[in-house]
Design a protein around this ligand. Structure first.
Ligand code: S3P
Length: 174
């Protein structure tokens, strides 16, 4: 953490099913901090579900709203735990903003494990009705963006939520 505390938030990134929301909210409890989720901010700012935003405004419209949500999350006045929607790091401005505002941890797992966690993917427009191959493709296409965004990586495969939380808090400099 920088001396001036400017990189104060703990930020979780990774593919759908990586556990960002579950692990992030457990980390927030452990750290006694607010938990902020960029998808929740999009939904609060629009009054619509993420699925409805995709249906009405397409992915391009969602990404614009997500950019604003990332800025809002980073502007949280007290140190927070921020969970980012899986595609947020594709945007260079988002990556820079997150990196300036916090310590970024990339939660990882193999696509088959991610798929098992998201079940039918019904709440995730990019996955709905698709299978593991879609997550494999996203993993390949997005690997460089996660790599560029991340200060640290944590493997979530075969680990319980409390074990992942321990691993995240171990790499997070405070
Ligand atoms: C997306 C991930 C979702 C949500 C949207 C798009 C993505 O968030 O932002 O459906 O592009 O990977 P989670 O990663 O929290 O499921």
């Amino acid at each position: 953490m920088s001396d001036d505390g400017s990189r104060r938030h703990l930020v979780l990134v990774g593919l759908m099913g990586a556990g960002k929301t579950t692990v992030g909210s457990a980390c927030a409890t452990r750290l006694a901090r607010p938990f902020v989720d960029t998808d929740d901010i999009v939904e609060a700012n629009t009054g619509m579900s993420v699925s409805d935003v995709f249906a009405q405004q397409g992915e391009t419209g969602f990404r614009q709203l997500e950019r604003r949500a990332v800025a809002d999350a980073c502007a949280t006045p007290t140190p927070a735990v921020i969970s980012c929607g899986g595609g947020a790091v594709l945007d260079g401005d988002n990556r820079r903003r997150l990196h300036q505002a916090g310590f970024v941890v990339w939660l990882q797992a193999p696509p088959a494990t991610l798929m098992a966690r998201v079940k039918d993917g019904s709440e995730r427009p990019l996955l709905h009705g698709r299978g593991t191959a879609t997550l494999e493709r996203l993993a390949t296409v997005r690997a460089a963006a996660y790599e560029a965004a991340a200060d640290a990586e944590v493997d979530t495969e075969s680990r319980s939520v409390p074990e992942v939380v321990d691993a995240v808090l171990e790499v997070y400099p405070r």
